[in-house]
Design a protein around this ligand. Structure first.
Ligand code: TRP
Length: 79
C-alpha cells in the first residue's frame, strides 16, 4: 500500500461540537460522496486519502490537523 502514489498522509479531525460530518468523495471520473461519518464533540477521526477517496468535505466545528498545520473549520471567523 505504501507504494501507491495516491495514498496521502494521515491527518486528524477533532470534532468541537456534536454532529460534525466527515464526507469522503470518490476518486476517478465520477466524484461522488461514498461515506459520511458523524463525530460527536471530542471525538477524533484519523483519515487518509486512498485509492477510493480523493477529497473530503467537513461540516461543523472541528479542528483538522495536517502536516501543513492546523485548520479550524466552522469557526465564527470562518477559519
Ligand atoms: N473506504 C474508504 C477508503 O478506503 C475509507 C476512507 C478513507 C474514508 N478515507 C476516508 C471515508 C475519508 C471518509 C472520509 O477510501
Amino acid at each position: 500500500m505504501s507504494e501507491s502514489p495516491v495514498l496521502g498522509d494521515y491527518f486528524v479531525i477533532q470534532a468541537l461540537e456534536n454532529g460534525v460530518q466527515v464526507m469522503g468523495l470518490t476518486r476517478g471520473p465520477e466524484t461522488k460522496f461514498h461515506h459520511t461519518e458523524k463525530l460527536d464533540r471530542g471525538e477524533v477521526m484519523v483519515v487518509q486519502f486512498t485509492e477510493h477517496t480523493s477529497a473530503m468535505k467537513i461540516r461543523g466545528k472541528a479542528l483538522v490537523y495536517t502536516k501543513h498545520g492546523k485548520v479550524a473549520v466552522g469557526g465564527e471567523d470562518g477559519r
